[in-house]
Design a protein around this ligand. Structure first.
Ligand SMILES: Cc1ncc(COP(=O)(O)O)c(C=O)c1O
Length: 393
C-alpha cells in the first residue's frame, strides 16, 4: 500500500511490490490452477487462509491480488474482489446481499443489462425489484418496505447522466439497515469517492477506463468494510467466479496511466459538449458538468471532475436523418462499451426501457465518448455529420 497522499502518486505505486519479484516493476502473470504444498500442515494452513495466500487458482494469484489492492486504494475502500466483467460485478454484488423474499430498489436509469438481470434471474429467485426516479433523493424513504435489503444506485445514470443525491439516499438506507450499492464506472473511482458519501459497496466495469484500450472485459467489487468484503469474497468463491491473471495484468497496466488519460477524456468531452451546445441541431446537453443535466448541482458538490461519456438530445430529426449522420463518421466509431482510447457515438432511446420515469425529449439522443484523438478533428467529424443530418452532404 502506497503511503503517498496524492491520488496520482498512489495510482502509480499501489499494488506494486518489485522486491517480491526480483526487482521487476510490474507484478508477473501467475498462471495457475494447482498450487503445491510441501506438507499436509502447510496445505491445511493455506486452506484456512485461502483468500490471502496462493491456495487454488480460482481464488486468485498475486497478479489478481495486486490489481485488487490498487482498485481498493483508488476507491478508498477496505478491499476489492476481481470478477469476470462489469456486469458480473453488479450481479455478484446483488446476490451477495439479497435472498428469496427480499425487495430491491433499483434506479430507473441503470445500465440496461442490470435491469435485465433484475427482471429475469432475480425475479426467478423470488426477489422483487421496484424502479425509482434517479432524482428521488431522501424521498426514497416512501418506497422502502420491511423486505427492502438493497438500494442500487448508478450515478450518473446510463445514457441520460442524472446525478443522484447519494448522501441523502444513504442516510435513509442506513436507518433501515439497507445496503447501498453504487455502479461507479463513469467516475472510474477517480472523480467520485463513494465511501465518503455513504455508499457501502462500489462496483466498477474495469473494462472501461482502467483497461483504457478496449481490449479486455473485467469487473471489480469494492467494499467499505472487512465484513462486507468477506461476505462478497465467500460468495464469489461459492459461485466460482474467477478472472484470468492475464486480464488482471492488463487491467493493472492500464490503471497506471488512468489519471492522464482521464484528464484528456474530460477535456475533450467538455470541449465537444461546449461546441455542441452552440449548434442549432442540438436541443439539450446531458453532461453532468452542464446546468442542463439533472443533478448538475449535486455533481458540483460531490465530484472532482467529469469523464469522457455524455449525451446530446437533438432537435426533431427522423431516424433516417440520424442514420445518414452516423453512417459516414470518420473518427467517431459505432460500438458498445466505452472508456477506451477511441471516440464512439451511438444512438440511444431511453423511452423504450424506463418504467418509473417518463422519458420526454425534443428528438433523438446520441451518446458520445470522447477518445484521445485531436479534439479539432472530432469537431470537424461532427460538423460533417451535421451536414449529412441536414441533407447537405
Ligand atoms: C455503467 C456501466 N456499468 C457496467 C457495465 C458493464 O460492464 P462490462 O461490459 O464489463 O460487463 C457497463 C458497460 O457498458 C456500463 O456502461
Amino acid at each position: 500500500m502506497s503511503k503517498a497522499k496524492s491520488p496520482d502518486t498512489r495510482i502509480v505505486h499501489t499494488g506494486s511490490d518489485p522486491k517480491s519479484y526480483k526487482g521487476v516493476v510490474n507484478p508477473p502473470v501467475y498462471r495457475a490452477s494447482t498450487v503445491l504444498f510441501p506438507t499436509v500442515q502447510a496445505m491445511k494452513d493455506a486452506e484456512k487462509n485461502k483468500f490471502d495466500t496462493t491456495f487454488y487458482g480460482v481464488h486468485g494469484m498475486p497478479t489478481q491480488f495486486a490489481l485488487e489492492e490498487a482498485m481498493a486504494d483508488l476507491e478508498g475502500g477496505y478491499r476489492a474482489v476481481s470478477v469476470s466483467s462489469g456486469l458480473a460485478a453488479i450481479t455478484t454484488a446483488l446476490i451477495t446481499f439479497l435472498q428469496t423474499g427480499d425487495h430491491l430498489l433499483m434506479v430507473d436509469t441503470t445500465y440496461g443489462p442490470t435491469r435485465n438481470f433484475c427482471n429475469t434471474a432475480l425475479k426467478r429467485f423470488g426477489v422483487e425489484t421496484t424502479y425509482y426516479d434517479p432524482m428521488i433523493g431522501a424521498g426514497i424513504a416512501e418506497l422502502i418496505k420491511p423486505e427492502t435489503k438493497v438500494i442500487f444506485t448508478e450515478s450518473p445514470g446510463s445514457d441520460t447522466f442524472e446525478i443522484q443525491d447519494l448522501p441523502a439516499i444513504a442516510e435513509v438506507a442506513h436507518q433501515h439497515d439497507i445496503k447501498v450499492i453504487l455502479d461507479n464506472t463513469w467516475s472510474a473511482g477517480y472523480y467520485f469517492k463513494p465511501f465518503e458519501y455513504g455508499v457501502d459497496i462500489s462496483v466498477q466495469a474495469t473494462t472501461k477506463y482502467q483497461a483504457g484500450h478496449a481490449d479486455l472485459v473485467l469487473g471489480h467489487i469494492i467494499a467499505k468494510t472487512e465484513k462486507d468484503w468477506r461476505k462478497i469474497k465467500v460468495n464469489v468463491a461459492t459461485i466460482g467466479q474467477a478472472v484470468s491473471p492475464d486480464v488482471c495484468y492488463l487491467g493493472l497496466r492500464g490503471l497506471r496511466t488512468l489519471s492522464v488519460r482521464l484528464e484528456q477524456h474530460q477535456e475533450s468531452a467538455l470541449t465537444l459538449a461546449r461546441w455542441l451546445d452552440e449548434r442549432p441541431e442540438v436541443d439539450t446537453i446531458l453532461h453532468p458538468a452542464f446546468p442542463s443535466c439533472p443533478g448538475h448541482d449535486i455533481w458540483q458538490r460531490d465530484f472532482t471532475g467529469s469523464s469522457g461519456l455524455f449525451s446530446v438530445v437533438l432537435n426533431d430529426y427522423s431516424e433516417s436523418q440520424v442514420t445518414a449522420m452516423l453512417d459516414g463518421m470518420d473518427y467517431f466509431a459505432m460500438g458498445y462499451s466505452w472508456g477506451g482510447f477511441e471516440s464512439l457515438i451511438v444512438p440511444s432511446d431511453p423511452a423504450t426501457i424506463r418504467s418509473a420515469t417518463k422519458w420526454k425529449a425534443a428528438g433523438p439522443m446520441l451518446r458520445l465518448h470522447a477518445g484521445q484523438e485531436d479534439v479539432d478533428d472530432l469537431i470537424a467529424d461532427l460538423e460533417r455529420g451535421f451536414d449529412r443530418l441536414n441533407g447537405r452532404a
